[in-house]
Write a protein that binds this ligand. Sequence first.
Ligand SMILES: [Zn+2]
Length: 162
Amino acid sequence: MKSFLAYRIGYGEDAHRLAAGLPLVLGGVAVAHAEYGAVAHSDGDALLHAVADALLSGLALGDIGQYFPDTAAEWRGLDSRLILARALELVRERGYQPVNVALVVTLDRPKLGPLRAEIARTVAGLLGLPETEVGVSFKTSEGLAPEHVQTRVTVLLERADV
Ligand SMILES: [Zn+2]
């Protein structure tokens, strides 16, 4: 059913367990010198997974698990940029586009501050937004979940014809 709201908000979150010897990718950016990487069926990019879920939730389109089931062999090792691209395509097909996005990553180690600009730039590029419309916050779990990465994302969607 077509939505007539001019603006819609979307929210997504994700978490992955971390393990030694795996790559860590967040927002399409490889985190160099990470001791631990994400245990995942895809490339484990918890930030792009949350962005994709936020896009889908904004239009009540479900979640990425429905489009990319983690039991499907074809999605093993999948580049999460493709998951995000599909979610964005679904949003655009319904006549909406993202306006701005707020990203929160909770990770104890390593510190991600030096990657803030690169992550903002990369996510902005994937969403077709200016960098100024991508907020990036980093938190730690204060030792409560040192072997996990957690992400939370809100996105504002605007109907393209308003
Ligand atoms: Zn994920």
